[in-house]
Ligand binder design. Structure first.
Ligand code: PBG
Length: 333
């Protein structure tokens, strides 16, 4: 091959020749500052129960969750989001707003040990209702049992206020009821919690990828599914309308969930709105990679860093991921 014949005017490979050049031209930097770690907390003081469908994740007792949070903070992860497994469940999900319930006690325990860690709570009823739905059930006009929107919003407001009184930094309503962001924002302000931020699960899709989470949080719906409140995976324009409503109602951060099948929504949201966008790399996205890693089919670190970089490149400035602590350690080393 004569070099004479090769007069290429563009040689993009020039800037890929070595790591120094690649570092200089890298467009997206995944940082520990982007990460939020979900933690499952049980009502007992002590527990360390492995979650079978999420290898490496545990339901932790309140004491153990606080100790773990300290480790997470020490690794540089800025935030955690807490999910509660309560002692009792009922039709209304009333253990969700008990001031001595699992989440309120966990918030106090974590804040006492690591005041600088941003503590976020998931605000929803599905972990607290005996039927596993995200709200209060009633017969609708067609005579079918469905989640009643406005009664549920009232309950969510009580839950958010209980978390705020316990000292949470940010509440994250994940129920998908209409109007809940405005109602929660108003109630927080009225009770003097104007500093508590709201991260809205704005575009939360009715996804098969939540399967492992429902084991982890012991919250599978006992009948039916969540499609009367979570979004149809086919809908992108509607996702943007949901996000616009939540911003209008006072959300500080909006979230898209799950992440991987919905990166187009992340990109569209970033282009449309000037507000921090979070993406939730959910339990099923965790489980499928873990399962392939266990079989030796994928390299965990490379796969996870590539995936999270992709989520960030799509436009998410925050990523909720069960790998947050691992990633902090990988990035630090
Ligand atoms: C509660 C809630 C769910 C998840 C976060 N908050 C489950 C659901 O809606 O069924 C899923 C998180 C995950 O899968 O990692 N409503």
């Amino acid at each position: 091959m004569g070099t004479k014949t090769m007069y290429l005017s563009h040689r993009p490979r020039r800037l890929r020749r070595n790591e120094t050049l690649r570092r200089m031209t890298r467009e997206t930097q995944l940082s520990v500052n982007d990460l939020i770690l979900p933690i499952f907390v049980r009502h007992e003081d002590r527990a360390h129960n492995p979650i079978v469908s999420m290898p490496g994740q545990y339901q932790l007792g309140i004491h153990d969750a606080a100790a773990f949070a300290e480790e997470v903070a020490a690794a540089g992860v800025p935030a955690i989001i807490l999910f509660g497994i309560p002692e009792t469940k009922d039709a209304a999900g009333s253990s969700a707003w008990q001031t001595d319930g699992v989440i309120c006690r966990a918030v106090q325990a974590v804040k006492a040990r690591c005041p600088e860690l941003c503590v976020i709570t998931d605000v929803c009823l599905c972990e607290y209702t005996d039927h596993g739905h995200c709200g209060i059930l009633e017969k609708n006009r067609a005579g079918m049992i469905d989640v009643h929107n406005d009664a549920t919003v009232e309950a969510l407001v009580k839950e958010a206020l209980a978390h705020a009184a316990a000292g949470v930094d940010m509440v994250a309503p994940s129920d998908m009821m209409d109007g809940r962001i405005g109602a929660i924002r108003d109630a927080l302000d009225a009770e003097g919690h104007d500093e508590v931020a709201v991260m809205a699960y704005s575009a939360k899709f009715a996804s098969a990828f939540y399967g492992p989470f429902r084991d982890a949080a012991e919250s599978p719906p006992q009948f039916g599914d969540r499609r009367s409140y979570q979004m149809d995976p086919a809908n992108g324009d509607e996702a943007l309308r949901e996000i616009a409503l939540d911003i209008d109602e006072g959300a500080d951060i909006v979230m898209i969930k799950p992440a991987l099948p919905y990166l187009d929504i992340v990109r569209r949201a970033v282009e449309e709105f000037n507000i921090p966008i979070a993406a939730y790399n959910v339990s099923g996205e965790y489980a499928m990679i873990k399962a392939a890693v266990e079989r030796g089919w994928l390299d965990e670190q490379r796969t996870v860093l590539e995936m999270l970089t992709g989520i960030k490149r799509a436009g998410a400035s925050l990523i909720l991921t069960y790998w947050a602590l691992d990633v902090a350690r990988w990035l630090n080393s």
